[in-house]
Design a protein around this ligand. Structure first.
Ligand code: ATP
Ligand code: MG
Length: 302
């Protein structure tokens, strides 16, 4: 199903849509973004039977689902799964950038009908504009959205400080390291104070040392801002290191096959092995992947 003119999107066939559920009536719904003091706190993300089929007819390709999501306001949830299972597709569907084929999505209790603006997205590739300085890359949100310049400038300065970017404001992307470029794209995703942050393998291209540091910096930023984060990664360490919950996906077409609640104190250390529980969480994810045939490790000579 594509976005239709009325914007209505029925639930899965034979299933009651969340929209029909009196518990989820629109007038009862919390309308985001919600303000707490100066900052917006996280939105909830609820999906039922979310499915994506790219193309049509003979070219139709079932890429995702059906999957259900129940992400609470301010929660940090990771999606982990094999390449091609539909992780990026999930992110695109939840942001409204790509229409879903079946199911339903509600952001903060409101049915998703169009691309949402109350969101920050970070992709694997930083996607900064090479002809703009770091600060002007971040301030592009103010220009596009027509927001108050002084407020955004002050938020940007705060984010530069928290993300260890002080001094990089007037440098161009080509004058920054890979880690710094990714930090600038995180600042750009947060400067308009969105209620949710969608991150698609944001640290995939970074070296291990930079990844560990930026993981910690993201965790601290998240602890201080209460955004809802949906974080996509291939890295088991990163998923366990950052998340409240890890959702594990099967091979294509991806479904959620397990959910692991990560009950570790925060902020988490650089060396996650400090927690005896860490090995147990990581092993559980490896075992799921082995069972699904994602990993096929044999004996030498076999
Ligand atoms: N626009 C598109 N048209 C047709 N097929 C697509 C399109 N986008 C993605 N796909 C296919 O859908 C499947 C899921 O793609 P997706 O990018 O969501 O996977 P992923 O889990 O993010 O993979 P990776 O870990 O490699 O980034 C893949 O088989 C991909 O080829
Ligand atoms: Mg992807």
């Amino acid at each position: 199903m594509r976005y239709d003119e009325s914007g209505d999107r029925p639930g899965r066939q034979g299933e009651e849509s969340v929209q029909d559920d009196p518990e989820h009536r629109e007038e009862d719904a919390v309308v985001g973004p919600r303000a707490k003091g100066d900052a917006t706190i996280g939105a909830s993300i609820v999906a039922r039977g979310l499915t994506k089929i790219y193309g049509q007819g003979a070219d139709a390709f079932h890429a995702l689902g059906p999957i259900d999501l129940d992400i609470r306001p301010g929660e940090f949830v990771s999606l982990i799964g094999p390449s091609g299972c539909g992780k990026s597709t999930t992110l695109l569907l939840v942001s409204g950038l790509e229409p879903y084929s079946d199911g339903s999505v509600e952001i903060d209790g409101k049915p998703l009908r169009e691309p949402i603006s109350d969101v920050g997205i970070v992709f694997q590739d930083h996607l900064l504009l090479e002809f703009r300085t770091a600060m002007r890359n971040v301030m592009i949100q103010q220009e596009i959205r027509g927001l108050d310049k002084a407020t955004l400038r002050s938020r940007a300065a705060d984010l530069f400080e928290r993300l260890e970017l002080t001094g990089a404001e007037n440098r161009y992307p080509w004058q920054l390291s890979g880690g710094m470029r990714q930090r600038v794209s995180i600042a750009r995703a947060l400067v308009h104070d969105p209620s949710m942050l969608l991150m698609d393998e944001p640290f995939g291209a970074l070296d291990a040392i930079t990844r560990t540091q930026i993981r910690h910096d993201l965790e601290m930023l998240w602890l201080n801002t209460q955004k809802t984060v949906l974080f996509i990664t291939h890295s088991i360490d990163e998923a366990v290191g950052l998340s409240d919950r890890v959702l594990v996906m099967s091979k294509s077409p991806g479904r959620i096959v397990d959910e692991i609640v990560i009950d570790l104190p925060r902020p988490r250390p650089a060396h996650l092995g400090d927690y005896p529980e860490f090995a147990g969480y990581a092993r559980r994810i490896y075992e799921i992947f082995e069972k699904l045939g994602v990993y096929r490790f044999g004996q030498a000579g076999s």
